[in-house]
Design a protein around this ligand. Structure first.
Ligand SMILES: [Zn+2]
Length: 370
């Protein structure tokens, strides 16, 4: 499985300049290659190479591999359109001068023992330190293929592709159901839950800040707005990493598999109030789900995806399905047997039950209303 490890480069002053020059030159080259591609309506990588390689190397002082990567970036950018197009392509692609560019294994090599790397610049190879978190450091041992160099908030980063071998799946005796929601970001059938209060607080604070900035419409307000949204995104991502890690750790510790709702098409099921839908269909759901699934894979924890129908309306105790069972967003009281529970936990238990059936029968099982 390929995952991305992010590292922050620590160049000295001169190296910083060289990285900036290299990044800019490669993107300038991309713009020129794009112009040639557009003028000739030629979007095939090999033909584009023949048309541009020597001129680009000379004009921008690029090394051979850099030129090849730049041609690749342009070909990729036109790929989807070129495939679908029936006539000529009518818009020329342009590239931001600080946009990400790919470095392959001939342009970059890592020395994990000293947290340093050697990277190709316009002035040859440069050796520099990098900063990396513990999780990402473990991934780096499996570095394979391309890394993307990009510039953000005054620093250079690399997104390094790592091909992690998937471990054998653990033998599981239990299945932990996980209900993903709004008030509680995740609720487990074990009763443990992860609330979104902290996340919600940050979101509210940022929303207020954004509203103020949006009124201003100045350049600096716009810049702050952009920076602010990036910050919030990273905060949420961090939260999702922590929550998913705790869920997967818990499953591994107890020898359990994980069951999640199969949410293909969730946006059509309007279980969420309008005011909350944007957040719900946005980050909270998809990213957290993705993180749980990939971390489970890495840990050898089996994941069962179960049909979401009636998981929130069904009484886990007696099996009675009725919309009115769910009194409020958080309160579940069965109209038939009177059983009461937190609504999210009740749903998580239903999800776990479906996961168990799937595990036992080897096929997808869902709830049906009688
Ligand atoms: Zn009941």
């Amino acid at each position: 499985m390929v995952v991305v490890a992010q590292i922050k480069l620590v160049p000295d002053r001169e190296q910083f300049g060289l990285l900036m020059e290299t990044l800019t030159a490669m993107n300038l080259a991309c713009n020129q290659i794009s112009a040639v591609a557009f003028d000739n309506q030629c979007f095939n990588r090999i033909r584009l190479h023949k048309l541009t390689y020597y001129a680009i190397r000379e004009d921008f002082g690029l090394k051979s591999q850099m030129t090849i990567r730049a041609i690749g970036k342009v070909a990729d950018a036109y790929k989807v359109k070129a495939k679908k197009a029936t006539g000529p392509i009518d818009t020329q692609r342009t590239f931001r001068l600080k946009g990400a560019v790919a470095f392959d294994c001939r342009m970059i090599s890592f020395d994990l023992s000293s947290d340093s790397l050697s990277i190709l610049t316009l002035e040859g190879r440069q050796i520099m330190k990098f900063e990396v978190g513990d999780n990402a450091r473990n991934l780096l041992a499996f570095q394979k293929g391309e890394s993307d160099l990009f510039f953000r908030n005054g620093h250079f980063f690399l997104n390094v592709s790592c091909d992690i071998p998937e471990p054998e799946l653990i033998d599981h005796e239990n299945v932990i159901g996980v209900d993903l929601g709004i008030n509680q970001l995740a609720t487990l059938s074990t009763g443990e839950s992860f609330d979104g209060q902290q996340t919600e607080k940050v979101h509210k604070k940022n929303q207020a800040k954004r509203a103020g900035l949006q009124k201003k419409k100045t350049r600096s307000a716009k810049r702050k707005l952009k920076k602010n949204s990036g910050k919030e995104k990273r905060f949420k991502r961090d939260e999702n990493h922590k929550i998913s890690k705790r869920i997967v750790d818990e499953a591994k510790r107890t020898g359990s598999a994980i069951a999640l709702e199969d949410l293909t098409g969730i946006r059509r099921r309007q279980r969420v109030r309008k005011s909350q839908r944007s957040r719900f269909s946005g980050w909270a759901f998809h990213q957290l789900r993705q993180f749980i699934i990939y971390k489970a894979k890495l840990a050898g924890v089996p994941v069962f995806l179960v049909p979401p129908a009636y998981t929130s309306q069904r009484c886990h105790k007696c099996g009675h399905i009725e919309k009115a069972n769910r009194k409020t967003q958080s309160e579940f009281v069965c109209c038939s047997c009177g059983h009461g529970d937190h609504a999210d936990k009740n749903a998580a238990l239903n999800i776990a039950e479906l996961g168990c059936s799937q595990s036992a029968h080897g096929r997808v099982v869902g709830f049906i209303r009688q």
